[in-house]
Design a binder for this molecule. Structure first.
Ligand code: ATP
Ligand code: TZE
Ligand code: MG
Length: 268
């Protein structure tokens, strides 16, 4: 298999910058501003809207949908399901972020229902991907991962096979799999999990890339761009406080040289 090169990744980032795809995000209250800024800095156009009454109209103009169950309540579930049905019918990509699945029955049921609707991509941390793929007895710590991404790799492959989605599991090393092909993406910074909603924001960025590229390639490219920008930002800050701002500045300025110095993609 030919692995996506960092030059291919850069070309897809330029495509995002040129086409500026509108990405419709139904995300959590914590992530809304951070994720919108990440999308803008990377060159895409975000809409953070969750009203059920606007789903059909946004479904006509947006090029991708992202669904994030971080601050879920039962009335939002119906909106997410309607949105998934609208984008599915329009043949537009859907990216699902199963925040804290495994922690509550509400999340477990909603996540299972949304996976059954056939999202294009599922992006989560290790605990979430393991819980979603049915690893029993996992102690959920809520929104933060209590496992390494490496430990979740088998679960990611199983989930990709059972759901038909491309699955991205993030952590110190990120993995993307479609059940057959698997690649690892290296980069990022150890401060990233100490700044909230950076995973949720990455899910939004995956939406922008799969709007302009096939699911597997778009997901790998989004993660590689984010890994490079995260590494650059992590070197600039003194702690997690200004990491989101530096990450946005790094995404905005990212070029091929920055990608090559700060991220790596390898087939496994
Ligand atoms: N130890 C680490 N070293 C380098 N990068 C990391 C590390 N941990 C996480 N990251 C990066 O941080 C980003 C978010 O991944 P993470 O797995 O922390 O998401 P998450 O738990 O869903 O986040 P959140 O729910 O707070 O939005 C990814 O780009 C990932 O590669
Ligand atoms: C902290 C937090 N709580 C619910 S969603 C969220 C953002 C990170 O997932
Ligand atoms: Mg998360």
């Amino acid at each position: 298999m030919t692995t996506l090169t960092l030059a291919d990744v850069h070309a897809l980032h330029e495509k995002v910058r040129t086409e500026r795809p509108l990405v419709h995000n139904i995300t959590n209250f914590v992530a809304m501003t951070i994720a919108a800024n990440v999308l803008l800095a990377a060159g895409a156009s975000p809409a953070m809207v969750h009203s059920m009454d606007e789903v059909e109209d946004f479904g006509r103009i947006a090029r991708a949908l992202t669904l994030n169950i971080g601050t879920l309540s039962s009335d939002w579930i119906a909106g997410m399901k309607l949105a998934a049905a609208v984008y599915k019918a329009a043949g537009k990509p859907i990216v699902f972020d199963p925040v804290a699945v495994g922690a509550t029955r509400l999340r477990n049921t909603a996540a299972a229902d949304l996976v059954a609707m056939g999202p294009t991509v599922i992006r989560g941390n290790a605990s979430e991907i393991m819980a979603l793929s049915g690893v029993a007895g996992l102690a959920s710590k809520g929104v933060d991962s209590s496992a390494s991404s490496n430990a979740a790799l088998d679960s990611a492959v199983a989930l990709a096979k059972s759901s038909g989605a491309v699955v991205a599991v993030t952590g110190e090393v990120d993995y993307v799999t479609d059940g057959t092909r698997t690649v690892a993406i290296e980069g990022g910074h150890e401060l990233m999990p100490l700044s909230t909603a950076l995973g949720c924001s990455l899910t939004g960025l995956v939406g922008a890339f799969v709007a302009v590229a096939p699911a597997f390639e778009g997901t790998v490219a989004a993660l590689a761009v984010y890994a490079a920008a995260g590494a650059i930002a992590g070197k600039r800050v003194k702690g997690p406080g200004f990491l989101p701002q530096e990450l946005c500045d790094a995404l905005y300025a990212l070029d091929l040289e920055g990608l090559k110095t700060n991220a790596a993609i390898r087939s496994i």
